[in-house]
Design a binder for this molecule. Structure first.
Ligand SMILES: [Zn+2]
Length: 246
């Protein structure tokens, strides 16, 4: 199963401690936005763009790079029995959260919504690839998306659809991990460390990212241990660097 890692290490499991990643040190080559004129970040759920590369988006937006966001789903299927919203209501909550978060990192345009069903992106992968083509056709566009082996089926299907669309348009594909930090371990053989690059965040951009992350109350709050993104997972995503696969 391509989604085995999260099946084996669900979010409620302790996973790899952030201290272990910090101790490992990583020592990756740097990633630069030089030559990028437009960023299109395509994410399966409204929060992945900020959790994965919110600081990079803040940096790009502040240096005049056009940033567009495409939300493949509205994230309506997140299971939170302690909340009373219907899926439609939850989708509205999450759309509002991501719109606020994007403004916080300097991206004023709300995401384009593709309204694919949360949890079932793989069923629509081919249509999704076709649908993404017009979004990725401007010259010098860099398409950022979740990593194709991130361990969550929607993250992986979205990534594969982006790869296919980029092949057609010539856009540069850059992937970023979200759940990998939780289930993988330093030096893990499933992770393409040779393609990994680090993007250091300046103080202002790190601060903007952390403020943006706080907009996702629906995902960060809940009974202790049952949050969708629990504190031990979030710890990996608010570092002073972000990691991408080139
Ligand atoms: Zn996600």
């Amino acid at each position: 199963m391509v989604n085995a890692p999260l099946d084996e290490t669900p979010p409620t499991a302790p996973g790899t401690a952030e201290a272990d990643w910090q101790q490992w040190g990583m020592n990756l080559p740097a990633f630069s936005l030089d030559g990028c004129r437009r960023i299109v970040v395509v994410t399966p759920h409204p929060d992945d763009e900020i959790l994965g590369i919110g600081g990079l988006l803040s940096t790009g937006a502040s240096s005049g790079i056009a940033v567009d966001v495409v939300s493949v789903t509205d994230g309506e299927a997140a299971r939170m029995p302690w909340r009373n919203e219907s899926p439609t209501e939850l989708a509205a909550v999450r759309r509002a959260e991501v719109a606020r978060a994007l403004v916080t990192v300097g991206v004023g345009i709300p995401p384009v919504r593709l309204r694919r069903p949360d949890g079932r992106v793989a069923d629509f992968e081919r249509e999704l690839a076709r649908e993404l083509v017009p979004h990725l056709s401007t010259p010098d566009t860099w398409c950022f998306t979740t990593w194709r082996h991130d361990g969550h089926p929607d993250h992986e299907a979205t990534s594969r659809a982006c790869a296919s669309a980029c092949e057609e348009t010539g856009a540069r594909l850059v992937e970023f991990p979200v759940w990998m930090w939780h289930w993988a371990t330093p030096g893990h053989p499933r992770v393409p460390w040779d393609r990994a690059r680090t993007f250091p965040l300046g103080t202002l951009h790190l601060h903007a990212k952390r403020e943006a992350v706080a907009c996702f109350a629906s995902q960060l709050s809940g009974p202790p241990g049952e949050e969708i993104v629990p504190p031990h997972v979030l710890a990996h995503l608010v570092r002073n660097t972000e990691t991408v696969f080139v």
